[in-house]
Design a protein around this ligand. Structure first.
Ligand code: URA
Length: 188
């Protein structure tokens, strides 16, 4: 386990634990305030994220930033954003279970150092990997789970909201629930 964020990040940036390192442009370690009490976890970098080395900077990232702003959150100030896998899967395919498993140590170390009170998972891959393997986003989005004193809230992936804007109203309700959870737990 790591006790220094910089060492963790530098080691992650040099990772060759799974074959995704061969096709990546950049490792997307994460972005935000490491003193935050709230972490968001996505699936893995897409094309723009791979090129820029930052999470959620493409179209879905713009939507995510807007939804965050509506409830007073911002990656510059009071949240940290990371992904299940730190390197882009070719052609944006789902990360393979083995790739997720290999990469999970980095995310676990990020959790240990940040020590969040609340983790929000974005989309199916993050929810099934972090909360429970059979979680169904369509049914269980916005539910509040608790694991080892950490609240976990699954919601839609912003890319899913861009594909199907009718889900937006449900996602906004999840974000309001999240805001209430943050306020009740002084997690800001
Ligand atoms: N989708 C994700 O899940 N993560 C990103 O960083 C970008 C798009």
């Amino acid at each position: 386990m790591y006790d220094a964020w910089e060492t963790l990040e530098n080691n992650c940036l040099a990772c060759q634990k799974c074959p995704l390192w061969e096709t990546r442009t950049n490792v997307v370690f994460g972005e935000g305030n490491i003193n935050s009490k709230v972490m968001f976890v996505g699936e893995g970098p897409g094309e723009q994220e791979d090129l820029q080395g930052k999470p959620f900077v493409g179209r879905s990232g713009k939507l995510l930033d807007k939804m965050l702003e509506e409830i007073g959150l911002s990656r510059k100030k009071n949240i940290y954003i990371a992904n299940i896998v730190k390197c882009r899967p070719p052609k944006n395919r789902d990360p393979l279970p083995e790739e997720q498993r290999q990469c999970m140590d980095w995310l676990r170390s990020q959790f240990v150092l940040i020590n969040p009170k609340i983790i929000v998972t974005l989309g199916r891959i993050a929810a099934t990997s972090m909360i429970k393997p059979d979680l169904k986003i369509t049914k269980e989005h916005g539910s509040i789970y608790k694991k080892k004193d950490i609240f976990m809230v699954p919601t839609f992936h912003p890319a899913a909201l861009l594909r199907d804007p009718s889900k937006m109203i449900l996602a906004k309700q999840d974000f309001i629930k999240l805001k209430n959870l943050i306020d009740h737990n002084n997690a800001i």
